[in-house]
Write a protein that binds this ligand. Sequence first.
Ligand code: BGC
Length: 474
Amino acid sequence: MASSSSANTTKAPTKQGATLSFPDSFIFGSSTSSFQVENIAANTGTDWGAYIHDRFYEIVRPGEVGPQWDDLKQAERDVQMMRDLGLDLQRISIEWGRVCPRRGEFDEQAINYYKQLIHAIKKVGIEPMVTLHHFTLPDWVAISGGWENPQTVQHFLRYVQRIVSELPDVKHWLVINEPGVQAPYGYIAGYFPPHKTNIVRFFIARNNLIRAHKKGYRLIKSLVPQAQVGSAFSCMWLRPNDPHSRLERFGTYLGNYIFNTNYIAACANDLDFIGLNYYFGYYFDLRLSEPDQMFRQDSTMTPANVPFLGVTVRPRTFRSDFGWPIAPDFFYSALRNIYDSYKKPIFVTENGIADRDDVYRGMYTLTHLVALQRAVSEGANVRGYAHWSTIDNLEWNEGYSKRFGLIKLNPVTGERKLQRSAHLYSEIAKTHTIDIDHLVKRYIRPEIQPMTHSVIRELLQCHTVRGMRLQYCK
Ligand code: BGC
């Protein structure tokens, strides 16, 4: 994976109708995590499994079984669909609780399942990227204090040692997925297990997650020195509402540090690349008069109807089924800022939209890839992009009600169908180019075509449109 150069990546960058291109070495793929695509019955020995079981029929409706990747045939079928789209990478994760159902014990059948899954991914011609911890803990670890207990790091390393030794051919590892979501959601918001609201416990858990990353990184490098190892960091990006306001600029910096960059900074010495999960962004706004609602009323996410003070969006901003604003310019800002700050290669390990009827997914994917291409053409070393998600899957507290998949799934019958937006993504992945006019005309609904064009125009020109150069965009 070579670094990008600005010279050959953009043709006529500021004109509507331009064709933008990615370096040949740029990798396109899609993402999943084990708990979200496997049958819940396979993962009852986890904290999330126990929680969902207790709230049965509140999160998962009767008959819903999801993508059922614990059946290898289903997994292979979906990965083959990704290959047919022209994708080269599949992000998956390994379920720690399935592999280590009890302290000191490994389940050979479970290990074998993951070996076969990886074999199947490679067989269709796709490289796997494997996450070792994506939110879920084995029950026995959770009961003994989860990430609050420093011993959890030792248990985790024993699991990492075994898995990595079993899979020496995997080239891309992610140690932890989103410590910046797991710790605050689990220990401040009480939204994820262990559902606590305690700032002291939050810091303990956060620090243990960071230790697990650092030690995990070193362990993997000692076992497979040629492997590329990172973690995936969440990125809810902020920009100042008024770029002239010092206070808003400072608040933005602080907000980005608290939500995003402190986790990257803490791990920076032990990363071959930064995995970046980006979904949405907000303006940091000190006028507290127009707070954003942030989440839709129908979302179970708490606090669903509490306004989120201090952040705003521009009028007429499109939103996902979660209520998250569609903000590709913030993606560009995040990529530029994070690359400029850490000078580490970036791999976009998640980006996508909850969009049940596939109304906005094409527009979302197109505009975010335009933003990414611009960052690459300006020298940001972004090596690849994995769309979230391969297939509609279990969206944590929201069950199957929020749909992120390139493959649309009927969670009861298991019936699959590629979304129209998947074909847009496929054209970009296969050609490594973005032919803007063609893609908008072919894949975007007529009523949102003008908006798509204006978002793209602004994305490509924002340094001149705003009359303020890149700092504003960043
Ligand atoms: C997580 C995924 C989740 C996605 C959409 C990310 O924070 O890593 O597991 O499905 O966001 O909410």
